[in-house]
Design a protein around this ligand. Structure first.
Ligand code: PMP
Length: 403
């Protein structure tokens, strides 16, 4: 009965990871999947997380019981405050519905199902061009349509703000707009604050539904509040429309495989909150019954125990500064090699990624000739660079560009 099922292409990034792992060359560099690496290229368990784990294991009440369907209550409250701010009026007025999810992807999936079932104005989700590849699948899988809005101007390697605003204007009123709240994946290019206000006002004018995807809070500037600016400004400005927020703790707490995230729905008023909560819970119950507990307990400690919170904020600075230094090192090495082209955008971009501008053919050559692995779009995870490999990567890029 299953003999006619067609094969589909493997996920590009996970396939890249597979080729990297299988590569037996001694000098190889993984700039593929966006996961932080330390100065020696190793995964990093954040010091704040190590401390949180100790606290959990020392707790005599520690157990592995099921969580509630909405997740670990202290986690839900603390995660909402991280993204909306300690002083959030929306939280104070109890008009935020929050639910623990399977990391950011799970939050996006819950958002997608919620839109599919209850958002009658539109079923078209606008994504930035380019965006994280999985966005398309997450929304299309539940039967929503996707479309794109202009974002990256290839010629100038900057934001096409004019095209972006035009696309907001020409979309059917009430369309869904997915906004990367900071450290845009894959370009590493975020709107300025002035541009954000233009974008948010245009969305408001057209009555669109904003969905903030927050997967890198703390990674762009090293500062949580700064990196939540667009979300918080959006919540203030768009106070007459619901706002959907999909939050991941994969990168900023380094909880990648533990799958810890949250979905927050900020409502214009607390009216109907109970009904909405019940519907969201029904999605979770039918799909995963209840979310994972261990990671949620760790993240809660990190977010709420003052000493751990301070350590975490330091950890974010450590990660974002190390990445920034590698941006500078790569740009400087390319300039020193007189590699054709301008490489300043590597330093100007923020967060985990650099949209290098390398062509598909150059990326291919980097992999086959130099064992330097990055996405075919030219996106490099800068976290994969360190003092031991950055000059090798620069020389490899230099060779590929001149080839
Ligand atoms: N959104 C964006 C833009 C991302 O880059 C990612 C991670 N690559 C996610 C969401 C979700 O990641 P996770 O499910 O691991 O939290």
């Amino acid at each position: 009965v299953f003999s006619t099922i067609p094969e589909i292409p493997a996920d590009a990034l996970f396939a890249l990871k597979g080729r990297y792992t299988a590569d037996t060359r001694s000098q190889k560099v993984d700039l593929g999947i966006g996961a932080y690496r330390d100065a020696n290229g190793k995964p990093w368990v954040l010091p704040s997380v190590r401390e949180a784990e100790k606290l959990i294991h020392e707790d005599p009440e520690y157990n592995h019981e099921y969580l509630a369907i909405s997740g670990f209550a202290p986690f839900i409250g603390a995660s909402a405050k991280v993204i909306l701010g300690d002083e959030s009026k929306a939280i104070e007025e109890q008009r935020v519905v929050s639910l623990q999810t399977l990391s950011g992807t799970g939050a996006l999936h819950i958002a997608a199902r919620f839109i599919k079932k209850f958002y009658t104005q539109s079923q078209t989700v606008y994504l930035s061009q380019p965006t994280w590849g999985n966005h398309f699948q997450v929304f299309e899988t539940v039967g929503l349509k996707t479309a794109t809005y202009k974002y990256w101007d290839d010629a100038t390697k900057s934001l096409d703000i004019k095209g972006y605003l035009q696309d907001i204007e020409s979309a059917e009123p009430g369309s869904i707009f997915v906004l990367h709240s900071c450290a845009h994946n894959p370009t590493g290019l975020d709107p300025t604050r002035e541009q954000w206000v233009q974008i948010l006002e245009a969305i408001k004018r057209k009555g669109h539904l904003p969905l903030f995807d927050s997967a890198y809070q703390g990674f762009a500037s090293g500062d949580l509040k700064n990196d939540a600016w667009a979300v918080q400004r959006g919540v203030e400005l768009l106070n007459e429309t619901p706002i959907l927020i999909c939050q991941s703790f994969a990168k900023n707490v380094g909880m990648y495989g533990e799958r810890i995230g949250a979905f927050h729905l900020v409502l214009p008023s607390a009216e109907n909150k109970k009904a909405i909560t019940s519907q969201l819970q029904a999605f979770t119950r039918s799909e995963i019954s209840n979310p994972p507990s261990y990671g949620a307990k760790i993240v809660t400690k990190v977010l709420t125990v003052p000493a751990l919170r301070a350590q975490w904020e330091q950890d974010l600075v450590t990660m974002s500064q190390r990445i920034y230094k590698q941006r500078v090192a790569l740009r400087d090495a390319l300039v020193a090699l007189k590699t054709p082209g301008n490489w300043d955008h590597i330093v100007q971009q923020q967060g985990m990624f650099s949209f290098t501008g390398l062509t598909k053919a150059q990326v291919q050559r980097l992999e086959t000739e130099h064992a330097v692995y990055l996405a075919s779009s030219g996106r490099a995870s800068v976290a994969g660079l360190n003092d031991h490999n950055v000059s090798y990567v620069a020389k490899s890029i230099d060779e590929a560009v001149r080839f």
